[in-house]
Design a protein around this ligand. Sequence first.
Ligand code: ZN
Length: 166
Amino acid sequence: MDTSAFDDLLEANRKFAESFTLSGFDGVAHAGVAIVTCMDSRIDPLGMLGLKPGDAKIFRNPGGRITPQALEALVLGVHLLGVNRILVIPHTRCAMATHTEEQLHEEVGRKAGQDASWQPFGVVEDQVEALRQDLAKVRSHPLVPDSVAVGGFVYDVDTGLLEPIG
Ligand SMILES: [Zn+2]
C-alpha cells in the first residue's frame, strides 16, 4: 500500500507512540459517559466536557443521530463498558440541519460529477424535535435501564456551550 498520503499523520503517530501512556488501559468508560455527536470537525467531544482519553465512549455520525448502530453502541456501553450517563449532542450550524436532502443531493452530485440522488443523507428539518425523538429512542430502548441518565444538548459551535434540551 502506498501510504504517502498519510506520511504526516504517521510521523505524528510515531511521536505519539514515543510518549504513549495508555498502554494496558482497559476499555471501560471511566467517567461512565457515552457521547453521541456529529462528525463535525468543530467538535471536541472530550474537551468540551472536561474529559480525557479513557473517560468516555464516543459514537459519531453526520448530525449526531440515534441510529440502530448508535443504539448498538449504547447498549454495549451500558452493559459491558461502565456507561451510566448518555449525552446526545447535535450542534448549531450542522449541515444535516441546514440543508434539505435535495440540496445535499444537488451539491454532492455537482462535486462528484454524477448523480448522487440514490445516497440517503438523513437530514433533519427540526433539530430540536429530532433530538427529542432520538432521546425517546434511547430512553425507551428495552436494554437501556432507567438507572442510566440520558440527556440531550445542542452544542453551540460559536460559543462552545451546551444547551440542555428537555
Ligand atoms: Zn454536524
